[in-house]
Design a protein around this ligand. Sequence first.
Ligand SMILES: [Mg+2]
Length: 282
Amino acid sequence: MSLFDDLAGPAREALDRFLADPSRALVATDFDGTISPLVDDPEAAGADPRAVAGLAALAEAGAHVAIITGRPVHTAVRLGRFGEHPALKRLVVLGQYGVERWDAATGQFDLPEDPPAVREFAVKLPQLLADAGWPDLHVEDKGRAVGVHTRRASDPAAAMEAIRGPVAELAELLGLRLEPGHNILEVRARGVDKGDALRALVAENAAETVVFCGDDLGDLPAFEAVRSLRSAETGGEPGVAGFSVAVAADADHPVVEKADLVVPDVPAVADLFTALAAKVSE
Ligand SMILES: [Mg+2]
């Protein structure tokens, strides 16, 4: 049985189009939980070497490759060690949901200034967490976004329950966007999501096929972008073909029903990249 047997309809056509001309394809993936196994300490994360090798094989087959993450781009490039891979010379890493960028080709980072409302949120957050009874939660300040992690709390569910309302209220007050994830509440400036980031990369590369892999709620706008890109018609031409891949061990996770293909874990993403690259040379 092939990994791609579950692809049907337009997603199946996208696979065929990908294989027909990988040089007009873009493969983009989330980092944490997709090509990097989830760990308790976000600083201890690293890219799965087989997933990186699979991505490199796709790049060698001619595809454009990119990583789109909520992490600051500096952090993702450092943890993923993406500068060290000779086959990933054209890799683009977008951080903070597409606001920040790193190009492997030049080694250049492009980092816009942090929005003032996010800075104000970061200043007010410690008091808010103290008032909610959870002053010791791990806060990850990414500059353009602030993440509150409950994974390491004594009772993660109770901590999430206690802080969700107040965090949402403060975010709303400051005109910021709340992005809930697994054991994390992330607050960031509005107007940028992984869907916008993916569309921009598709346009930049004039891609005719797009594949996006992700595992969490922040990836849903990119799944949606894949769907709307392939149904869009411009000037009588068919849209950008594509399929999305959800990484989920739990069949009830919201990403499952939005994706064209579901794989259980990071090693399965590595298998998928490797199999896709192998299919190109079949
Ligand atoms: Mg993720």
